[in-house]
Design a protein around this ligand. Structure first.
Ligand code: HEC
Length: 431
């Protein structure tokens, strides 16, 4: 019978020079807190950005014309919130007198990008061994991951800018098609070098970079030129507004896919499939058509219910591709013994204890890990039995755990766990 190595004979598969795992300079508890605070600020700023952007899209689409509005007002909307009534009006040309205080919406976007970039560096570059390197995909060192990631994001942004400024920029539908292909190509490219988890995250970060950069290099500068022209009594160049509008429309349609890609790093089924690039495409389409539904509805142009059918079809297809494309491991063997209880078999117990519990224990021994990640302890039979379903997702249906197979879990060991789970299922169905 196959016997996995005992815990004390275990050595990390680190490909650091001379096989030495670099110890973090920071106390692991401080490092854990830095990660949590970065993620917290990133989520909060993203809520502010997406919230204000959804709000203005809704407001813009719901403005109505009526008799008796002042000169230059294109439409108005009445809204009620927090116990007060708001009368919003949109001036298409500058009002006769520009108020001294004018609120600009840009820091929501910039701070989302900045906190996101710090989080990317913190998690995916400074902890590249855990999150970004998959030795089965490519043997990389952490600095190489950072170089690939940052140049990938920069290069993809230059291509996106180039596409929007090229003659394609005048043809909205063709441009959208080209951007869609660029997203798929980049997702595929990241998959060839990084761990699939990091590849998905980089695809999301790439789109988010376009969105924030559009605010920084097109939307806000164009807006400033228009304001300056209006104040000076000049007719602003209509091209400025058109460009800004095009970028806002892209941002609007890309919001939902980006949020999906950012969250997906916690859910391995989507990215560990062989068809994960197609899954990215399906999610982009689903997110865009859902936005389209709300855009039409808020503009009182009817409710295109077909969009939900398309989104549902895309999501069902994504689920299907995640199932048929997952890494292969024998799921159930009919010869697996049926244990008297739900506890893991000896083989499964050994596999999990020797490949997982250096991280998932009350006192992890893996350098840089202070407490069991996500509170998942896998050091006793009982704990392992309690986590059976998560173990199935992380290590049998996908190979998300151990991260990047750092501890070198073999297929036999995964099969031992799969056999135990299959036997356990049979007992459950008998009761
Ligand atoms: C090198 C350290 C390490 C090893 C070895 C390891 N894990 Fe993990 N595990 C992590 C980290 C880090 C996370 C948190 C991932 C995240 O934030 O999404 C995690 C998360 C998990 C989760 C929770 C996932 C979730 O999103 O809720 C489960 C379940 C899990 N691991 C199971 C296992 C199993 C089973 C093994 C062995 C086959 C294993 N892990 C080996 C580091 C490790």
């Amino acid at each position: 019978m196959y016997r996995p190595p005992a815990i004390d004979s275990f050595r990390p598969l680190s490909r650091q020079p001379h096989g030495v795992q670099t110890e973090s300079m920071l106390d692991p508890q401080i490092s854990e807190w830095i990660g949590q605070i970065l993620r917290w600020t990133h989520v909060v700023t993203a809520i502010a950005w997406i919230g204000s952007s959804f709000y203005f899209i809704h407001l813009d689409l719901s403005l109505r014309r009526r008799e008796g509005l002042p000169e230059g007002v294109g439409g108005e909307a009445w809204q009620v919130h927090g116990g007060g009534f708001y009368n919003m009006r949109k001036y298409l040309i500058a009002p006769p007198e520009l108020p001294r205080e004018l609120t600009w919406f840009k820091w929501e976007s910039y701070s989302t990008w900045l906190t996101g970039f710090f989080l990317l560096v913190w998690v995916y570059y400074l902890q590249a061994e855990l999150y970004s390197i998959d030795h089965e995909t490519m043997d990389l060192l952490p600095w190489q991951v950072a170089a690939i990631g940052i140049s990938g994001l920069t290069g993809a942004w230059l291509i996106y800018e180039g596409l929007c400024r090229s003659p394609l920029g005048n043809r909205d539908a063709t441009l959208s098609g080209a951007v869609f292909i660029l997203i798929l190509a980049a997702a595929w490219g990241f998959m060839q070098v990084l761990s699939p988890r990091a590849a998905f995250l980089h695809t999301g970060a790439m789109i988010a970079t376009w969105m924030s950069a559009s605010v920084f290099v097109v939307i806000i500068p164009n807006q400033r030129k228009v304001v300056a022209d209006l104040i000076a009594g000049r007719q602003p160049d209509p091209k400025l507004g058109k460009e800004a509008k095009q970028r806002s429309t892209h941002n609007n349609y890309l919001t939902l896919p980006v949020v999906f890609l950012m969250l997906s790093n916690h859910y391995p089924l989507a990215w560990s499939s062989r068809y994960s690039v197609a899954i990215v495409g399906l999610i982009v389409v689903a997110g865009a058509v859902i936005r389209h539904f709300f855009n039409s509805r808020h503009a009182h142009k009817g409710s295109p219910w077909w969009t939900w059918a398309v989104a549902a079809a895309c999501i069902v297809a994504a689920i299907y591709l995640s199932i048929i494309g997952r890494p292969t491991v024998a799921l159930a063997s009919n010869t697996a013994p049926v244990p008297a209880a739900m506890l893991p078999t000896e083989e499964a117990l050994l596999a999990v204890q020797s490949r997982c519990s250096m991280c998932h224990a009350a006192e992890p021994v893996w350098p840089g890990i202070a407490t069991a990640p996500k509170g998942v302890r896998l050091d006793t039979s009982e704990e392992i039995a309690r986590r059976a379903e998560s173990i199935r997702i992380q290590s049998v249906l996908t190979h998300a755990m151990p991260p990047g197979n750092l501890t070198g879990m073999t297929l036999e060991e995964r099969r031992a766990v799969a056999d135990w789970l299959a036997a356990r299922d049979r007992i459950r169905h008998t009761f």
